[in-house]
Design a protein around this ligand. Structure first.
Ligand code: BDR
Ligand code: CA
Length: 328
């Protein structure tokens, strides 16, 4: 059977890096390309970080630079900072600690891999349009690139099999009391994608935090023993320890958010509570900016094929990831 054609849209990023590794090593996909956006770090870092991962994997999958800024959010002075309560970094004992390093200290800098010259958005549009089979898009950063593709040519939606994105939170939030960072980083883009009419599965923070990992899980990964597994283990350890140091989390756990989205495309049963619900994104520029609003009222009828994932199966996810890492 032909492999499922996918496009990854990433803001690499510690968990993005492991998600790319999982997707490539799984052997389940024909990965057409990887488009980068700003997000965990500015674009000038997320592109080289993605290339570092491609070099680790010795992969020739093309990497493209996409958008470095949100569609509209920054046009309103102070809009992003008004509601921001905690950044994913800080200075601890005189040293900068970041959940997502600017460049991965756990990998050598990319020497041979280079990003393609074409803009990621024009490439994505062209590639989806011309594909004989429908393409699945897995965005695990801000939705700026995909939203722009859908705006440039709405008919592209006909050739998208489904979108499985990591973003939003119903009861769990991170960047503000009401928003998750991927959606918060470009609320208008998230709104465009969710209302595009394409089937969208939203892998929320509720799902990723219900299937998070600890140091013992990192040890299991490391035991696999190859460079990809050691890197994934180090990423997980780094995520746990940096969040503890900065003070954004007390427990010694961390979600590999973006990996859950990738694995859900391979085996949807890794998401254990998925509900077809009416939802939208707040773009008001106030306290709820970027919030995923889910209409939980019993009479609410979903207007779009939007599926909200509330829970993940952590054991299944770890087994899937480890089996992918073993393929290195
Ligand atoms: C999401 O935001 C980023 O920090 C992660 O890479 C993940 O995609 C979690 O809120
Ligand atoms: Ca991400």
């Amino acid at each position: 059977m032909a492999k499922k054609k996918i496009i990854l849209d990433v803001d690499t990023g510690s968990d993005d890096a492991v998600a790319i590794i999982s997707a490539v090593l799984s052997g389940e996909f024909d990965v057409l390309g990887i488009v980068c956006s700003f997000g965990n770090q500015p674009l000038k870092y997320t592109v080289p970080n993605t290339l570092q991962v491609m070099e680790l994997l010795n992969s020739d999958i093309p990497v493209f630079a996409g958008f470095g800024v949100p569609i509209a959010q920054d046009l309103t002075p102070g809009r992003r900072m008004n509601t921001l309560v905690k950044e994913a970094g800080g200075v601890v004992d005189g040293k900068e600690v970041e959940v997502h390093e600017k460049s991965f200290s756990y990998l050598p800098p990319a020497k041979t891999k280079k990003a393609m010259e074409e803009h990621g958005v024009s490439w994505m549009l062209r590639t989806i349009k011309k594909s004989k089979e429908k393409v699945t898009v897995i965005p695990v950063g801000p939705l700026t690139n995909l939203a722009t593709v859908l705006r440039m040519d709405p008919s592209v939606a006909d050739n998208i099999e489904e979108i499985v994105c990591m973003g939003g939170g119903v009861y769990v939030h991170n960047i503000t009391p009401l928003a998750e960072i991927n959606f918060y980083n470009d609320p208008e883009a998230a709104k465009i994608v969710i209302n595009s009419g394409v089937k969208v599965t939203i892998v929320t923070l509720d799902a990723t935090h219900s299937s998070w990992f600890g140091y013992d899980d990192a040890d299991k990964m490391e035991k696999i023993g190859n460079p990809a597994a050691v890197f994934a283990a180090n990423m997980l350890r780094h995520r746990i320890s940096s969040a503890n140091k900065i003070g954004t989390r007390v427990v010694e756990k961390s979600a590999l958010h973006d990996v859950l989205a990738v694995c859900a495309v391979i085996d949807p049963s890794v998401l254990t509570d998925v509900r077809h619900q009416k939802c939208d994104i707040d773009i008001g520029g106030n306290f709820a900016d970027g919030a995923l609003i889910v209409d939980n009222r019993p009479f609410a009828v979903p207007e779009n094929p939007t599926y909200i994932a509330y829970k993940g199966d952590g054991e299944k996810l770890l087994n899937m990831l480890c089996s992918h890492l073993e393929n290195f």
